[in-house]
Design a protein around this ligand. Structure first.
Ligand SMILES: Cc1cc2nc3c(=O)[nH]c(=O)nc-3n(C[C@H](O)[C@H](O)[C@H](O)COP(=O)(O)OP(=O)(O)OC[C@H]3O[C@@H](n4cnc5c(N)ncnc54)[C@H](O)[C@@H]3O)c2cc1C
Length: 256
């Protein structure tokens, strides 16, 4: 049944929810407090240059492509990106730097050379991260946490059976200390906690699955910058009839 749906916020979450609901045939209206869409995924222009704000590392581009495919559109006609050979360039205050290669064996080799870590330990850490990712991805990313069926499934039982290997009971920092001796290697992997504003001293060790996501599935850079992610799906939403009210903060939700 077609419904009238209001969405508060035109960040990447609101935009993609609007597109998905519109693809199901609903009438969708988005209310956004700012006079632009994208939320944290935004850019500014200064002296003829564009500066991306907020996110800088693009992973899992297939979920952006999927929004175009919902309407039978070819994403490549609207949004393009390149796979990066260097995941990230890291800088320390003492002047040292590390350019993390996307290629796994090059990463293990260069990290071991740079930080004096045992390559076997790096390898075993990366394998453990892969396991964490593969056990939890089908539950947290591919499924809705709002459906009972997510919890009553073989995949959930498998994840529960492997709970000790998820490092839920200790912090990311203490998980890292079990593998690495150089403070810089620990900082390197601890920074993934900050992706969602967490502290590596408080967030659980399962957070180490993020490097696996970056190194195994790759990191990407959109043509025309990160901002193009929100802009291209905003144009898609508009083409498909989602109605936007920008500069309209929602003050109250009235339930009738
Ligand atoms: C510095 C930084 C770096 C990051 N780096 C990365 C990265 O490299 N890779 C990555 O994947 N992620 C990264 N992230 C995280 C990523 O940016 C966010 O997870 C994502 O943009 C959040 O999108 P969202 O739609 O959930 O929220 P938001 O982008 O916060 O959007 C929420 C929207 O709701 C609007 N809103 C709020 N209240 C109201 C109201 N009452 N009425 C109307 N509108 C309202 C806001 O104005 C906003 O536009 C980074 C974040 C930051 C801050």
């Amino acid at each position: 049944m077609t419904q009238r749906i209001g969405i508060i916020g035109a960040g990447i979450a609101g935009l993609s929810a609007a597109i998905r609901l519109r693809a199901q045939g609903h009438e969708v209206t988005v209310f956004e407090a700012n006079d632009y869409v994208g939320g944290k995924l935004h850019a500014i222009s200064l002296n003829g240059y564009r500066f991306d704000l907020g996110p800088s590392l693009f992973t899992m581009p297939q979920y952006v492509d999927a929004l175009f495919e919902l309407f039978g559109e070819n994403p490549r006609d609207h949004f393009n990106y390149l796979r990066k050979e260097t995941v990230c360039n890291y800088f320390w205050e003492d002047g040292s730097r590390f350019n993390a290669p996307a290629d796994r064996s090059a990463f293990v080799h260069q990290m071991s050379e740079k930080f004096g870590e045992d390559p076997k330990k790096i390898d075993s850490f990366l394998r453990r991260n892969a396991k964490k990712y593969n056990l939890t991805n089908p539950l947290f990313i591919e499924q809705s946490l709002h459906r009972l069926s997510t919890y009553i499934s073989l995949k959930t039982l498998k994840a529960i059976a492997h709970l000790p290997q998820l490092d839920l009971h200790k912090s990311l920092h203490s998980t890292l200390k079990g593998y690495f001796k150089n403070a810089k290697s620990i900082q390197f992997f601890a920074r993934h906690a900050t992706y969602n504003g967490s502290s590596p001293y408080k967030t659980p060790g399962i957070m180490s699955l993020i490097p696996h996501l970056e190194m195994h599935h790759g990191t990407f850079y959109p043509e025309k910058g990160m901002h193009e992610i929100s802009q291209s799906i905003y144009r898609l939403a508009q083409r498909r009839g989602v109605v936007f009210h920008l500069g309209e903060p929602v003050q109250e939700i009235l339930l009738n």
